[in-house]
Every structure is written in C-alpha cells, then in structure tokens.
Design a protein around this ligand. Structure first.
Ligand code: DOR
Ligand code: ZN
Ligand code: ZN
Length: 352
C-alpha cells in the first residue's frame, strides 16, 4: 500500500445547476473520491452559466449541501461581465475564458471582451482558457501585453505544447495542463469507439501529438481530467456532445504509466498536488491522504462508475493501482468502493 497526498483535479464539469441529469455535486465529487481526488475545481459552463456574484453563490450553496470532497468554482468570462467577475474574484477558483466554440453557453467572440477581462481580473489568480491553435497564440499574446498569469487548459497538439514551451522560455507567466485522454488515446483509438463516443474538445490527437506531450512532460504543470459527463444516450445520438467522464480513472491510468516506467510517482504528486496548490492558492488539507494498492490489476468498466455517465472511452483497459481508502481531515471519506461521509462534508477552498 502506498500513500499519496489528496490529489487536486483543477478541471471538472459537475453540471450543476441546470444539467443534473448528467452529473451533480454529489455524484461528481463521490466519483472524485473514488479516483483519489480530494479537491475539484468546477467549470462555469452550467445552465445558467456562472457569470456574477449571484450565480456563483447559488452554485456554491448547492455544493455546500451536496459535495463529498473539497471544491472551488470558476467564474466564466462573458462578453459584458469583466468588472462584475473581477469584483467576486476572491470567491472563485479562477476565471475561465471559452475562446473557442465548445459545449455549453459560454463563448467569447470578441477580442475586445478578452481585453476587458485581462484589464479587470486580479493578477493573483490565473486566467484559464480553452484556447486551441491560433487562439492559443492570441491568448499568449494577451498574457504578454497585460503581464497577467494565464493557464492553458487541455493542451492536445504538438505545435501547441511547443508554442507553450517557447512562451515559457521567453519568461511569459504561462502554465498548462493535459488530460489523461490526450496522453493515452490517439484519434485512431477514437475511431475504434462506437461513433459519437470519440467526440471530445479538443479532439484526440495523432500518435505524433501524443508523443510530443510525453516528450514535453517538463512543460506540463498539471494533469487534469476535464471530466465532462454526458449520458450514453446523448453520446450515441445523432448530435453527440463532446466530452469524456474522467475523474475516477485519471489516477489509475497514471499509476499504470508509472508501472510502465513512463512517469514517476513524483510526477503525479507534482502535477496533481503541488502545482495545482501553487497556481490556484489552494489551502493545505490537514491530515489528508490517499491509500493506493499499486499491485491490484483490474479493467476499467463504465458501468461501475460513480459518475452518472455510465460509460468511458477506456472501457476494458487494464490498469494496476486502485484507491482503497481516502482520508480528509482525519476522517475516512471513502473505503473499498463506499463513500463513508454525508453529502456536504466537502468545503469550499475559498472559505477556508
Ligand atoms: O469535450 C469537452 N467537453 N470540451 C469542452 O471544452 C467542454 C466539455 C463539456 O462541458 O462537456
Ligand atoms: Zn475546454
Ligand atoms: Zn472542460
């Protein structure tokens, strides 16, 4: 049995409010605990989206009653909310800008509104963005012009990770994350899934893209699941929404990579604990740890998951390493497949 610190997943979609049939704060945070994650940062592309004090507090109230693990909640950048969002920055995990079209109601079409957010948002929290390809280059330019720290979500392409490497080497305050699906699946793997299930944004990369991510691990600050649950019915429909559930499989996939010698346990701790804490000023959880049996072999199975999305793009994949017990603040919160605390046990990182 090995012990890890309570891991932090800085990118999850918990769908509350508005799409509780896909996920809610209880199911999403119980899935996190099963995956050895004791803090999640939830995205604002909900219904309604989280754009101001009222909507952020309404979501935080729901989380306070329902969450099993600790959490933070992002504010979303809208075309007209830059000043209002900045006013409530202290209560938010960070500011999320959707700079490319993806799932949900948030998309910033106008560079003028990107500029407004860069002007208003305080420099003590990163501005995080979904920014692919040319949009990524433009986002990095704004970081340079406004001297504000930026964090790039789910980097998936070779030229993108090389561009970030370049920006870092020139001293830009830029950090980034990658997802397990962009590290472990190629577009060829996606083609083997039933049609619709491979849809994710950014899309899966080529073998060359995947190799470039592994070759540039030193540039990758965080590993985050981008847990994006949709129902199986939706994924198998004519208009499948993009996204994979991921919060409960991330650690087992990474532990398998450790066993294969592609990653070290220290890399996991750095990218899922130390760097997330630093980047998002997340307070320490006292007497908190995860007990993992590294030798246990099993297959990933969608139907066993705690998330409401009872499917996974990793169906049938053999992994070694299972979370046996999770302790938060001296209390056992998860043991051998069962949650052992009441909903509402989790705390908001911004109320600590
Ligand atoms: O695949 C994705 N799903 N990418 C995103 O950017 C959004 C997410 C979601 O909310 O479903
Ligand atoms: Zn995204
Ligand atoms: Zn996302």
């Amino acid at each position: 049995m090995i012990r890890l610190p309570g891991l932090i997943d800085i990118h999850v979609h918990l769908r509350e409010p508005g799409e509780e049939y896909k996920e809610d704060f209880s199911t999403g945070t119980s899935a996190a605990l099963k995956g050895g994650i004791t803090t999640v940062l939830a995205m604002p592309n909900t219904h309604p989206p989280l754009l101001d004090r009222e909507s952020l507090r309404a979501a935080a109230e729901l989380a306070k009653k329902k969450a099993y693990c600790d959490y933070g909640i992002y504010l979303g950048g809208g075309e007209h909310n830059a000043a209002k969002a900045a006013d409530v920055a202290e209560e938010a995990a960070g500011l999320k800008l959707y700079l490319n079209a993806t799932y949900g109601p948030l998309l910033l079409e106008h560079v003028s509104s990107w500029m407004a957010h860069f002007e208003h948002w305080p420099a003590n929290r990163p501005i995080v963005a979904h920014a692919e390809d040319k949009t990524l280059a433009a986002f990095l330019m704004l970081s340079y012009l406004y001297h504000k720290p930026v964090h790039v979500c789910h980097v998936a392409r070779k030229h993108e990770i090389l561009l970030i490497r370049e920006a870092k080497s020139k001293g830009l305050p830029v950090t980034c994350e990658v997802t397990p699906h962009h590290l472990f699946l190629t577009e060829a793997d996606g083609k083997r899934l039933p049609p619709g299930r491979e849809r994710v944004s950014p899309s899966l990369g080529t073998a060359e893209d995947v190799e470039a991510l592994w070759d540039n691990l030193d540039v990758i600050d965080c590993i985050a699941s981008d847990h994006a649950p949709h129902t199986l019915e939706e994924k198998d429909s004519r208009q499948p929404p993009p996204g994979f559930p991921g919060v409960e499989n991330t650690l087992p996939l990474l532990l398998e990579a450790v066993q294969e010698g592609r990653l070290t346990r220290e890399d996991i701790v750095e990218k899922m604990y130390e760097n997330p804490r630093k980047l998002f000023s997340i307070p320490a959880q006292d007497e908190t740890w995860v007990e993992v049996d590294e030798t246990h072999n099993y297959e990933i199975t969608g139907s066993d998951q705690f998330t409401k999305a009872k499917w996974t793009p990793f169906e049938g994949k053999k992994v070694r390493g299972i979370v046996r017990r999770v302790v938060i603040r001296s209390q056992t919160v998860y043991q051998d497949g069962k949650i052992t605390v009441q909903p509402g046990f989790g705390k908001n990182i911004r109320e600590a």
